[in-house]
Design a protein around this ligand. Sequence first.
Ligand SMILES: [Zn+2]
Length: 272
Amino acid sequence: MSASVVRRLALLACMAILPHAAFAQQPLAQSPPTSATPVDLNVVGDLVAANLILADQQVLDAFGHVSVRHPANPQRFLMGRNLAPALVTANDIVEYDLEGVPHGAKTDFAHFLERFIHAEIYRARPDVNAVVHSHSPAVIPFANTQVKLQPMYHVSQFLASGVPVFDIKQAAGGPTNMLVGNGKLGKSLADMLGQNAVVLMRGHGNVVVAPTLPLLVFRAVYTDANARMQSQAIALGGPITFLDADESAQAAKVIDQIHTRAWDLWKRKFTR
Ligand SMILES: [Zn+2]
C-alpha cells in the first residue's frame, strides 16, 4: 500500500465526524464524495477502508468492486468510480440508483460496467446493505466444476445455506462477454443468489453480500480462504467433513458477535 494512500485514509478517519464544510477545508480531500444525497462521512470512510482492506487481502486486485447501501436512501448505493480498489479515496465515491444511474458524479468519471450486480441485489434483498464482486482465483474452480463450495471451518459458516452458481450463458440465452452489464443480467444473478450470502459466477468470479460492511469484508476474506482450504483438502484425498447445518447455525451466532475484531484489525493497518 502506498504511503499516499495510507495518509489519505488516515486523514479521512480523522475527519470522519466532521461536517462537509470542515471536510472541504482539508488539503487531501477537497470536496465531499460526489453524492447527490448528503452522506455520513463515517460510512464513506468505511467504504474506502473496505476497498483498501479487500485489495490488501488480495480478494480484489485491479478489478472488482465493493459497495454499501446509501444510509439515507435505501434506493441508492455508494461505490467507487471505475478505478482499482487500492486507489479509491473519498473523492472517488459515487452515488447510484437501482437502475445503475450515477447521481451527482463528476462528468469525467467512468463507471463500472457491472454496477448492475449491486443495483439488482439491493433491489431484491432489503436485508443486504453491502455487496462485493471479486475475481478471487481460489474461488473460480468451484464455479467451473461440479464441486460445491462448503464450510470448512467456523468462520465460513455462512456458506452452509448453499453457494449457488450463476451461469451467464444460461441467463443470457447464449454466449456473452461474461460481464453482468445490464439490469436484466443483474436480476438473473440476484435471483440465483436467492437468500444466500455468496453466489459464484461461472468463468468469472463471485459475489458476497452482508447486512454490514464489516461483515461483508469478513465474509469475502473467508470465502477466499475457505476455497483455498477446500482445494487443499480435496488434494489430500478421501472424504471431507464439513460443518453441518447445526454447527453452522451455532457458529453464526458467535461470528455475529466477534467479526468486528477482524474489521478493527484490518482497518487499523490503514489508519495509524
Ligand atoms: Zn467481474
